[in-house]
Write a protein that binds this ligand. Structure first.
Ligand code: PMP
Length: 526
């Protein structure tokens, strides 16, 4: 059996030896998972759960091709990236082929955080500037340099202060602008459409409106004598609550940044069209399907400037203790004991196998098709359930925002937690995120099927009804759905173009959210 200890003993040892900040899913009744396959996870009793949490297991849990590639390479050689090895260069070549030609130089590291930290170093080195522009509610990683630029994390510290070198700008939801976002920004918007209470407005060019915020922020920083090194953004804000920026946003932001002599860092790849090429792209864990492999890709120019600084770059999973002067022996033994360097042959073999599986099984096509089915089902639930304020996302990366009132957009945080626990009883694993933890996050492995999507929607429906009864919310008039939808032109557009409809919250969220005391709050996943 894959179980080595009784569940209660596992829990006891975890509490005793693992830092209490490392939260566990379903803390009131944690699940012990002993194996996983495809889109399913299994507990110690053999109970199967449908996994809507682990997009990091990208091509499906324990995919045989990936397991075989990793195991074979592990049985042959695993060493650091300072020896020539074919896997490293072949993987770099394959990753580069998915990017615009200008992004030609790779640095392999072990985690998303390491990748983003290196990206900041590259940008600061290239520009000679220090300051970073980041988006509201962004999350870029857990190391100190990234906590500094991750406002998502600051919500958890009521008195967190930003460093003077960090500038936060409104996140840019796609297409819809909420009046509570910022009165000065609204003032500039050409309002095209208002819903019932005027809380939701669209602008013909939200990309320009939000990009102007960045331009103004750069101007204000310059007035204070500060210089911007980089703008960093997730291409689709994840922890921030599945926020899709409007088409054209990054292009316009990049133009403002370049005028200021700054670089654009895309945290993970999802480029907005051929006319937008960031200076640096960072890719995280899913590329290596949970094995420690991540990558920073940049231009030859940025890479050359970094090399010219004279400081060599290499990494290990754990920092190597500095060897005593002249002790080649100790240094060599450290290498042997800690062989997991970024770009090691095993990680690269796994990364290559992941790319092969994505192609062979058309997982990108599957994500588009099944994602569309899931979005359609969730949109249908939205037409019935007042608790659903918004459905947004791309492919199989979808957020369902729960609100107690569609006009005031009061976050239904406790209700989101209830949904998660109720679905767990139905053997479906889901998490909630966003600044108010009221956005249900669907991010299953890419082998998710239409039947899985149907099952999730069918199980979600009665749970929402039950919660609405408790809240005293009446189901919406389903036959009038057409009428309702005719107002939501952008939502319709999203369905056609998979472009994401407006996210109500990011900028409308209070600067500091109330510290959650509810111990049932599940941690966000990855
Ligand atoms: N950037 C983004 C957008 C992420 O979602 C994450 C992980 N959740 C990170 C960076 C950090 O990656 P890691 O946990 O591998 O350090």
């Amino acid at each position: 059996s894959a179980e080595k200890l009784d569940k209660s003993k596992t829990l006891f040892l975890r509490k005793k030896h693992v830092g209490p900040s490392c939260k566990i899913f379903f803390s009131q009744d944690p699940i012990k998972i002993v194996k996983a396959k495809g889109q399913y996870m299994y507990d110690e009793n053999g109970q199967r759960y449908l996994d809507c949490i682990n997009n990091v297991a990208h091509v499906g849990h324990c995919h045989p091709d990936v397991v075989q590639a990793g195991a074979e390479q592990m049985g042959t050689l695993n060493t650091n990236a300072r020896f020539l090895h074919d896997n490293l260069v072949l993987y770099a070549q394959r990753l580069q082929a998915t990017l615009p030609p200008a992004l030609s130089v790779c640095y392999f590291v072990n985690s998303g955080s390491e990748a983003n930290d290196l990206a900041l170093r590259l940008a600061r080195n290239f520009t000679g500037h220090d300051d970073i522009i980041t988006l509201e509610n962004a999350y870029h990683g857990h190391v100190s340099s990234l906590i500094d630029i991750s406002p998502y994390k600051h919500h958890q510290l009521p008195d967190a202060e930003l460093r003077p070198s960090v500038h936060v700008v409104s996140a840019a939801p796609g297409g819809v602008h909420r009046s509570r976002i910022s009165s000065n920004l609204l003032h500039r918007l050409q309002v095209q459409m208002c819903t019932e209470a005027g809380t939701e407005r669209t602008t013909p060019d939200p990309a320009a409106a939000y990009a102007d915020d960045v331009r103004e922020l750069i101007d204000r920083a310059h007035e204070k004598g500060r210089k911007i090194a980089a703008f960093i953004a997730e291409s689709l804000q994840s922890c921030g609550g599945q926020v899709v920026p409007p088409a054209g946003y990054f292009q316009q932001v990049a133009a403002h940044l370049r005028r200021a002599g700054a670089l654009v860092i895309a945290d993970e790849v999802q480029l907005q069209g051929a006319d937008f090429v960031p200076d640096i792209v960072t890719m995280g864990k899913p590329i290596g399907k949970r094995t420690p492999v991540s990558c920073v890709v940049t231009t030859a120019e940025v890479a050359q400037a970094f090399a010219s600084s004279g400081m060599e770059y290499f990494n290990t999973v754990r920092p190597e203790p500095p060897p005593p002067p002249g002790s080649a022996l100790i240094r060599a033994s450290a290498l042997v004991q800690i062989p997991q360097f970024g770009g090691n042959p095993v990680s690269c073999a796994i990364g290559l196998a992941v790319l092969d599986v994505i192609g062979k099984e058309d997982l990108q096509g599957n994500a588009v098709r099944v994602g569309r089915r899931l979005s359609d089902l969730l949109e249908a639930l939205k037409r019935k359930h007042p608790l659903i304020g918004d459905v947004r996302g791309r492919g199989l990366f979808i957020g369902v925002e729960l609100v107690k009132d569609r006009l005031t957009l009061t976050p239904a945080t406790a209700e989101a937690q209830e949904v998660i626990y109720k679905l767990k009883e139905e053997k479906i694993l889901l998490s909630a995120d966003g600044p108010h933890r009221n956005v249900l996050k669907f991010k299953p492995p890419m082998c998710f099927t239409p039947e899985d999507a149907e099952l999730v929607a069918a199980k979600l429906d009665p749970v929402l009804t039950e919660l609405e009864e408790v809240l005293g919310l009446k189901p919406l008039d389903v036959p009038n759905v057409g009428k309702d939808r005719s107002k939501r032109t952008l939502s319709d557009e999203r369905q056609q173009h998979h472009d994401g409809i407006g996210a109500p919250h990011p900028a409308s969220a209070p600067k500091r959210i109330r510290k959650e005391t509810n111990s049932r709050i599940t941690p966000a996943a990855d």
